[in-house]
Structures are given as C-alpha cells and as structure tokens.
Design a protein around this ligand. Structure first.
Ligand SMILES: Cc1cc2nc3c(=O)[nH]c(=O)nc-3n(C[C@H](O)[C@H](O)[C@H](O)COP(=O)(O)OP(=O)(O)OC[C@H]3O[C@@H](n4cnc5c(N)ncnc54)[C@H](O)[C@@H]3O)c2cc1C
Length: 466
C-alpha cells in the first residue's frame, strides 16, 4: 500500500460519495472489528461505500494498484475473510436497506444487512426468507456460501430463494445476474462465496411465516443424553417440514432460566421451531416436552423475530472461536455414540457439539442446482470452541480437531464452506463443493482471471491460477 503515491489515493478518495478510512480515523477500529478475535489482520485502508459506483471505483482502484481487496458484510466469518491484511477492506455496512415488495413476494436487501435487519423488515408483512440462527450474522457471506436456518427444511438453502443479484465484477462492470440472465455467474454465486465480485444487492423470494411460531429451547441433564439423542433421531425421522430442531451439548451456562445448581453442569438441549398452527405444534412437540426430566422448558408461542435472535448471546463478538463441521446423511447408532463420547471430554464450559436437522426441500433439487451442492445432507454437525482470550485457544483447537476426526467417518464427504476456519486449506474447499468444483473453477477463471477476489475460500488455486 505504501507504494501507492498519496496523490493517487487522494484522487481516488475525492471521487467517493462514501468514506475512506485510514487507521487513524476514529471509525477505523469499528469498521475493522470482526466476530472472531482469534484473527489478527489489519487493512491499510477501509472504504465504506454508499453507492454501487463507489464499489466499482474501489474495485478498479484495487485492480489498477495491485492491492489486496477484501469485502466485509457482517464480519462474522470465522476465518476472518472480511479483512485484508495490508490492503483495502470494503466495509459494506452502510449499504443496509431492506425493501419488501409484498405484491411480488420479494425483498431487495443491501449487502451490509445483518440477518436481523431482514427478518425485522419482512416480518412486518408476515414474510420471511431462509436465514441463519444468529441475527448478527451478515446476510452477504451467509447467502453467498449457501445459507441454512430454521426454514431450510421447508425452502432449501438460502440460495434456493435467491432470485437475482447486482454485482461488480473484477473488470469494474456492474452486472445483474439471475436465473434468466448470465446463467453461469448466477449459478456460481449460489454457494461460491466472494470469488466472483462484490454483490451490491440481493433479491430474495419470501414466504409466509409467523409472525408467531411455537419455538424455544428445552434442556436436560447430560445424564439423559442417550435418551434425548435417541428421541432426536426418532422425531427428526418423521417431523413435518414445518418443524426444525437442533440438538446441542455443552455445559450449562449461568443463565437465569436454569436453576443455579445446574450452572456449569453437562447439559443436552433441543432448540425447536414449529411454523405450523399452535395446535399442530403442541401435538408434534409433545414427545419432546414430555421426555425425561427437563431442567428448563422455554418452548412457547413467540415472535419469529425473537426466536431468530434467541441464540445471539451464546455467540458474542470478540471471543476466540474455532469450529469444524461435517454434513451427515443420517444419525446412526455409531455416530450418536461417538458424539456422546466426544461430549464427555468437553474441554471448556462454552464448547459445544451441535446437530442441525436440514433435510427436506434442499434434497429436492439437483446436486448441480447452484454451486452449493451437498443436497444429500440431512444434518449439519458442528463442533465449536470459544474462549475469552488466547490462553485456552490451543487446547480448544485440539479438542475440536479430535472430536471432528471422530465424527468425520460419518460425513457425507461434504462440509459447510461457511464454517471453515482459517487453517482449512484447498482440499477442504474441494470437499465442500464436491462435484461442482470444476464448473466453479471455470466460472472463476472467466470472471476473475487475475484472482482479484482472493480473500475468501479461494477457488483460483483449484482452477490453476493461484
Ligand atoms: C455466530 C454465527 C452463527 C452462524 N450461523 C449460521 C447459520 O445459522 N446458518 C448459516 O448458513 N451460516 C451461519 N454462520 C456462518 C456464516 O454464514 C458465515 O460466517 C458467513 O461468512 C458470515 O457472513 P458475513 O457477511 O457476516 O461475513 P464476512 O466475514 O463479512 O464475509 C465473509 C465472506 O463473504 C464475502 N462477502 C461478504 N460480503 C460480500 C459481498 N457483498 N459481495 C461478495 N462477497 C462478500 C467476503 O469476501 C468473505 O469472503 C454463522 C456464523 C456465526 C459466526
């Protein structure tokens, strides 16, 4: 960056309607703050665009000056892919409007939106699109990597509801990509991450959801884990798609809804969301609510928006995080026994093993309907560690790696690109995209031949450019 003359930077800045932030700017620190404190990267400059032409200008500038360019949506990527180290970071946070077109059943969403921004706007009309479980996550990164959440069983990957995008590609051109226009680019954007340009608008299809759903969490002692996991397998085998459940094993947090003598004790919990009628939900959830001896039962009729942020407090910004994930086709006896035995060795209070049911609509598409693939996935298994500082990070990482190695033999062979950590390399990217990787590499070579967009799960080394 120091090789770029100051006058060139000044002239670039003068043409922006948004902001150029140097490290001494009072808002630089906030602009470069990301969720995972384990990642230490610092861009030389931040551009905070307010228009698509600001984005195009920044893409041209980075390309012409040979600078590394990164894109920050919500800054939630665990590998810290929002930030450039020494180059330019495009902080999209100011491009954050949501326009709901009720008649057409779509929402136009700015790339700086968090999931909660979209849910709050669409739920005013009783509508929603499939977004994830923590409302502070960025819509952009989640969508471009595939995206799943409580509505996945009904509607598929988030990218299955993506109908159109506006994007600035490496040549600085502003393009619209959709199923109708520029087929290959749109196909690649449905899972291929930030490899193809800077998305400046997402258009999502919406569905009628809520605004109230029957949802919440129910928790038991880990001593009941065998029975609860068995119940989870039975329930998820037959549950209607209006019901999604997630099972998680961790030590009980010091939460007011748990009796004080349970705090810190090994716990197994189910998070459930039922979008059907309250009567149907009561019938479908009865086997869960009546199971064993719950420590707490927080399942109730509540707003969908409230449910979408229920887990936020468990994933605070600024901790040291390390995860690994695999997709699973089924919950075999062996897999459940493995999960239980890894749970017994939990290294730290907040570490956890999570199983999300995602089976349903996503499996009704062809494997190559969008780059995301993995349409044989019935569950996502995530093994996650967090600690307040770096001290416990090495031990946590070791625990995650060992637990992941034990679970890996049960994988479909696929893993979620958006859950990959900084140290996961090219082979894991190939494992994520599986049969779609070669087409993805061709689209990358065609739209970004010089690999300008490389701060991501980068396809270029696979296409031979890297
Ligand atoms: C607490 C937590 C909970 C999560 N829960 C879920 C979940 O329920 N479901 C799920 O599917 N995922 C989930 N994720 C994973 C999440 O999808 C990824 O972390 C995703 O990368 C976050 O997007 P972001 O915009 O916040 O990321 P950022 O860190 O800002 O960016 C991540 C990547 O996206 C690219 N990118 C961002 N904006 C753009 C843009 N405008 N144009 C082109 N590329 C862009 C960047 O280049 C970068 O490579 C969760 C993550 C966290 C941390």
């Amino acid at each position: 960056m120091s090789a770029v003359p100051g006058a060139v930077v000044d002239s670039f800045a003068a043409g922006l309607s948004g902001d150029l932030l140097a490290p001494e700017h009072p808002e630089f620190a906030e602009s470069t703050l990301i969720w995972n404190a384990m990642i230490q990267k610092r861009p030389a400059l931040v551009v905070r665009p307010s228009t698509t032409s600001d984005v195009a200008r920044t893409v041209d500038f980075a390309r012409q000056q040979g600078l590394e360019l990164s894109i920050k949506g919500g800054g939630h990527n665990i590998a810290g892919l929002a930030l450039s180290d020494g180059g330019i970071t495009l902080d999209m946070s100011r491009v954050n409007t949501v326009e709901v077109d009720v008649l057409r059943g779509i929402a136009r969403v700015g790339p700086g939106c968090k999931l909660g921004d979209v849910d709050r706007a669409t739920q005013q009309h009783g509508l929603a699109t499939t977004l994830g479980f923590v409302s502070e996550t960025g819509v952009a990164g989640l969508t471009l990597g595939g995206g799943f959440g409580y509505l996945t069983r009904q509607f598929g990957w988030t990218t299955d509801d993506l109908v159109e995008v506006e994007i600035v590609t490496a040549d600085g051109e502003v393009r619209r990509a959709s199923r109708e226009v520029t087929d290959d680019l749109f196909w690649a954007l449905r899972g291929g991450g930030g490899n193809f340009g800077v998305v400046t608008e997402f258009v999502f299809r919406l569905h009628q959801i809520g605004p109230e759903v029957t949802a919440g969490l129910i928790a038991w002692s880990a001593e009941e884990a065998e029975g609860v996991l068995d119940l989870y397998r039975t329930i998820t085998a037959t549950a209607s798609r209006e019901m999604t459940s997630v099972v998680l094993m961790r030590n009980a947090p010091p939460a007011p809804w748990l009796p004080a003598d349970k705090h810190g004790q090994p716990m197994i919990a189910m998070v459930v969301v039922h979008c059907g009628s309250p009567e149907q939900a009561a019938a479908d959830l009865a086997p869960i609510i009546n199971h064993g001896h719950p420590w707490a039962d927080l399942i109730e009729l509540k707003s969908y928006v409230a449910q979408q942020s229920m887990l936020d407090a468990t994933q605070p910004k600024g901790m040291h995080y390390y995860w690994k994930s695999e997709f699973l086709a089924e919950l075999s006896d062996e897999l459940l026994a493995t999960v239980r035995s890894q749970f017994d060795g939990l290294a730290a209070p907040a570490n956890q093993i999570v199983l999300f049911q995602i089976e349903g609509a996503l499996g009704e598409h062809d494997e190559d309907d969008g780059a995301v693939g993995n349409r044989d996935a019935a569950y996502a298994c995530v093994i996650a560690a967090l600690s307040p500082g770096p001290e416990a990070a090495a031990a946590n990482r070791e625990w995650v790696r060992l637990a992941w190695e034990a679970v890996k033999p049960f994988s479909t062979g696929g893993n979620y690109i958006n859950f990959q950590t900084e140290d996961e390399v090219t082979a894991r990217i190939g494992d994520s995209y599986r049969g779609n990787i070669e087409r993805l590499a061709r689209v990358k070579a065609s739209y970004d031949p010089t690999n300008l967009f490389r701060v991501n799960r980068n396809i270029a080394p696979i296409s031979g450019q890297g």
